[in-house]
Design a protein around this ligand. Structure first.
Ligand code: PLP
Length: 401
């Protein structure tokens, strides 16, 4: 048995890069000052946070004043969604209930927030290929729509959504109202947690008002993220207290985490094309080999998909059993999202694609990173097919191919 972990679960979290560890070390050891303090130890912390804010701004193609540090992707989503709806109802002339448009297969940190608010919700369908259609957004939008929130890339099946096209449509929609002298404004948010470092996240081209990201999905630390908020968007504060983050998100800054996020995001957006080319080669090899296994399906579109993601269903096989067998061989992978595994519910993402319950239970997500090696791919391809075969031989619901 292999001792080291062969890691195919980068959509759940990633290893911290060496330069991030080196970059944050001084802030754990010597530079521990509170950024709000007046003495030099504190001022160095303040400078470090400012530097990181510039690095994020460069990666997103925005102004550093549009970057707010948070406690991670979930918090960024909570803030963006709850604040958009709150600022809508704060406007005195709103009699009707506000309306949110989202998609059926968002992360729970989006779906559960939407459901907690006093708003009507429309879930855009994602079809069998796992991609929303702009025409469905056009049909769903209403004068009382306060927010459209659609993820940039799905965390289970990696399918990439037409964010720029949706942004174009929403900008036109808002313009029409502005021309009529209305202050009505539908905000557009995207959960880009899976997208950073995989696809272009320059916010101007996406025409989003808000965008969430999380450091631990691109080789930074857990528990730190960013909410990008476009200049001019009125965003109520999320955590009340001190004056940190321009009075909008109180609490002493996680200086080390923020420093690491800055380094990680800079590395993540560097050489995107060559990184993707390398990942596509590995992904192609895995896809071709795994699809040779009888009664196997790929979940989600193959083309409109992150280069690091594959998600398969093997007929007659329980996802959990497969993961345990892979773990015995030192391979870390997952079935759906890290937040739903451990529960026996089928994946809401796969159900949204229209898959039957049995299939939605039995999926395998393989997600790579720039650290994934050809040797790891070789090892996976050597181990996976016989495991599937063995499990099927024992399965009461498998009737052979
Ligand atoms: C991981 C993830 C989140 C949650 O981010 P955390 O930093 O773990 O809170 C939100 N959305 C998507 C798409 C994710 O993959």
């Amino acid at each position: 048995m292999k001792k080291t972990t062969v890691y195919f679960d980068n959509a759940a979290t990633t290893r911290i890069s060496g330069s991030v560890i080196a970059g944050i070390e001084p802030y754990l050891k010597e530079q521990y000052g509170n950024p709000s303090s007046l003495y030099s130890l504190g001022r160095e912390g303040e400078r470090a946070v400012a530097r990181s804010r510039e690095q994020v701004a460069a990666a997103l193609g925005c102004d550093s004043r549009e970057v707010y540090f948070t406690g991670g992707g979930s918090e960024s989503n909570n803030w963006a969604i709850s604040s958009a709806v709150k600022s809508w109802s704060n406007q005195s002339n709103r009699q009707s209930k506000s309306h949110i448009i989202t998609s059926a297969f968002e992360h729970h940190a989006v779906l559960h927030v939407c459901e907690s608010l006093d708003a009507d919700i429309t879930y855009l369908p994602v079809y069998e290929n796992g991609v929303v259609r702009v025409e469905d957004l056009e049909k769903a939008i209403r004068p009382e729509t306060s927010l459209v929130t659609v993820m940039y890339a799905n965390n289970e099946i990696g399918t990439v959504q037409p964010i720029a096209e949706m942004g174009d449509f929403i900008a036109d929609w808002n313009k029409k109202y502005a021309e009529k002298g209305s202050s009505k404004r539908c905000l557009f948010h995207t959960d880009a947690v899976q997208a950073v470092g995989n696809v272009d996240t320059a916010v101007k081209a996406l025409k989003v008002d808000m965008l969430s990201l999380s450091a631990h999905k691109f080789h930074g630390m857990k528990g730190v993220g960013v909410l990008y908020v476009k200049k001019g968007v009125k965003l109520p504060p999320f955590i009340l207290g001190g004056a940190q983050e321009s009075n909008r998100r109180a609490g002493t800054e996680n200086v080390a985490g923020i420093v690491g996020l800055g380094i990680a995001v800079e590395e993540a957006v560097q050489g995107l094309e060559s990184k993707n080319a390398a990942l596509l080669k590995k992904r192609g090899r895995i896809y071709n080999e795994v699809m040779k296994i009888a009664k196997t399906r790929l979940n989600g579109d193959l083309e409109r998909r992150l280069s690091n993601n594959l998600n398969f269903s093997f007929e007659g096989i329980e996802g959990e059993a497969l993961l345990l067998q892979l773990d015995l061989k030192g391979i870390a992978a997952s079935s759906g999202s890290a937040c739903t595994s451990g529960s026996l519910d089928p994946s809401h993402v796969l159900l949204a694609l229209g898959l039957p319950h049995e299939t939605a239970h039995g999926s395998l997500r393989l997600s790579m990173s720039r650290y994934t090696t050809d040797e790891e791919v070789d090892y996976l391809l050597e181990q996976l097919p016989p495991i599937v075969e063995r499990l099927r031989a024992m399965s009461p619901i498998w009737h052979g191919s």
